[in-house]
Ligand binder design. Sequence first.
Ligand code: ATP
Ligand code: MG
Ligand code: FE
Length: 340
Amino acid sequence: SIILGIESSCDESAAAIYGESGLMAHALHSQVALHADYGGVVPELASRDHIRKLLPLIERVRAEAGNPELTGIAYTRGPGLMGALLVGASVAAGFGMSLDVPVLGVHHMEGHLLSPLLEDEPPAFPYVALLVSGGHTLLVAVEGLGRYRLLGRSVDDAVGEAFDKTAKILDLGYPGGPALAALATSGDPAAHDFPRPMLARPGLDFSFSGLKTAVMLAVKNGERSPQADADIAASFQQAVVDTLVAKCARAIEATGMQRLVVAGGVGANQALRAALIERGARDGFSVSFPRQAFCTDNAAMIALTGYLRRSEFRRGIAGAEAVARWPLDELAPPMAEAPT
Ligand code: ATP
Ligand code: MG
Ligand code: FE
């Protein structure tokens, strides 16, 4: 099988090709600059830009992969922005019809969840996955393909959202997560004792809105200077990292699993990566990440998910639909692999 993957759930247009030999090509266009002036993603602008960018991206990856004969087209069916998703779904349906190949709509978060499998030494099932992105903060027990048990989630802001909102408070632009992380490297992580939300309580849920409020108060009540801002950034990041590390260790203990996998945009955070590896070494669990480029949205993870679910592809336009909301635990293993 050789699968073309298409991603358009939010503000990244992307295409990739995955086959027996692994990832054959991938390309991406980020809309970050397009939305920067608005301080957030503008759905209508996102949809229109996907229309402009997807076809050239697809042509590029097909050429880069040596124009192989495609056996299926996987696209992100949801969750995400409805208009943006519909562009990808329509492009997938169109290609499916014109090339006479079947199409499959895949789950964006399953893509993130499986993205560490794109690397050279992929983790084996089962594993605990920490999904930390712009819209999600989830701890998931991954027993196998399509067998996902939700262990914990954020009851309010997602981690990436907390990074972005805190960055905004510090005038770092949008989306400010990477800029905040960069600023944190020159700050003192012990300068402020920000709350470690929900650490004292048992359970695996998260909450990040109180932390954001604490940062807001610290900025309001303190002097502004480059060093003061860096100290706030570092202390914020430390509070997030401590919280995530503690809950991951707790999830490993609760499940008895020995592998942790981290995915989603915040998985690109170096402080988080270092702290998780250190805790894993201490507690005896391994930690895997996708490469930085595959932490944030990409089509390689969509092509891979399509490849792993290749028994499910269907012909015809009926397969090309989109859903804005789609809970991860509604997924099931591919039919061919389901226990009989
Ligand atoms: P979802 O997948 O939940 O729909 P999304 O696709 O928008 O959301 P991703 O593209 O996976 O999310 O990740 C983007 C988020 O990751 C943003 O909030 C961004 O600020 C954050 N992020 C990216 N790099 C870093 C970093 N180095 N440190 C902290 N946060 C980061
Ligand atoms: Mg994005
Ligand atoms: Fe995403």
